[in-house]
Ligand binder design. Structure first.
Ligand code: GUN
Length: 307
């Protein structure tokens, strides 16, 4: 049996259409254009490509968007000053600082400098606190976990009472996702286990999972015998394992591989996300959804969107 492929690209397209309708309503009824600034420090190729994709998505949705490119040598103070300018700019509703930052910059200090009401990444301690409380307290869901939740629900899987195992405990994916999926809420209410580098028998935990989410950053970590037959497998890993020449453009492009041994997993899983084309497009889409939400919160407009 071959697993169903959960296409993040297709689901993202559907959600972007929903976002476009909501953005149009905002413009027509209230004269508001959602505004997003993406701040990139240095020229790390993966970060450049993520930020370019975020800007393209904002452009396609006709948002007001600004790209700030700062040199690798920028100081913490200069970066904080730049953020503060956008904290005080009424045309900007969402601020994203692309991570990771150079080692001389204290990442948490920078996240703390973003106005929590413009923190469309959902990384500020205030927004993580709101996420812990759940329900109406939540303003912004972190984008990758929110995208994963949408993938699971829209692929038709039930999280209620399901055994969910998350591989990885990062602040960006594992930790917030665990909190989201354990809430007593729709698209959640799961029994969540988080496994990590100190876990004794990773495979045994993974084998129990009805829904297995892998965000370890280790190419091909999850083998087919780690997967429960019929499970839903979400592969968050985007590992650059080499380079190839694009047939379309003739340019060098990275060869990407997920954290799951995809070909072998196809024979065991019930459904699986590909890499690329799985979680990646969803992260960017949820960033756009959060930017629209930020614009609505700023103007006290009731939310109509369902994500
Ligand atoms: N680096 C990798 N993922 C993300 C993300 O979701 N947001 C930001 N700001 N940086 C990232």
């Amino acid at each position: 049996m071959s697993a169903k492929i959960i296409s993040g690209s297709e689901i993202a397209r559907t959600i972007r259409e929903e976002i476009a309708r909501e953005a149009l309503r905002l413009r027509q009824e209230y004269g508001i254009v959602p505004g997003l600034v993406t701040i990139l420090v240095g020229e790390h190729p993966a970060s450049v490509s993520y930020v370019t994709a975020k800007q393209r998505a904002a452009h396609e949705l006709a948002f007001y968007s600004v790209q700030e490119n700062l040199p690798e040598t920028v100081t913490e103070q200069e970066l904080e000053k730049c953020i503060d300018r956008y904290n005080n700019d009424p045309k900007i509703h969402g601020i994203l600082v692309q991570l990771p930052l150079p080692r001389h910059i204290h990442e948490q200090k920078i996240i703390n400098a973003i106005d929590p009401d413009k923190d469309v990444d959902g990384f500020h301690p205030v927004n993580l606190g709101r996420l812990m409380i759940g329900g109406d307290a939540v303003k912004f869901l972190p984008c990758t976990p929110a995208g994963i939740q949408q993938l699971i629900v829209r692929a038709g899987y039930t999280t209620e009472g399901a055994e969910v195992v998350i591989v990885g405990r990062s602040n960006i994916v594992g930790k917030p996702l665990a909190v989201m999926l354990m809430q007593k809420a729709r698209g959640a209410n799961a029994t969540v286990t988080v496994v990590h580098t100190a876990t004794k028998d990773l495979a045994a935990h993974c084998r129990r999972a009805d829904i297995l989410i892998v965000a370890a950053g280790v190419p091909g970590l999850v083998k087919p015998d780690w997967i429960k037959p019929g499970a839903c497998v979400i592969d968050v890993g985007v590992n650059r394992v080499g380079e190839k020449t694009s047939e379309k453009t003739g340019k060098k492009i990275p060869i990407l591989r997920g954290d799951v041994d995809f070909e072998a997993a196809m024979e065991i899983a019930g459904a699986i996300t590909p890499v690329p084309g799985g979680v990646g497009p969803m992260t960017i889409t949820m960033l756009m959804a959060n930017t629209v939400k930020a614009a609505q919160y700023a103007a006290n407009i009731p939310l109509a969107a369902k994500h």
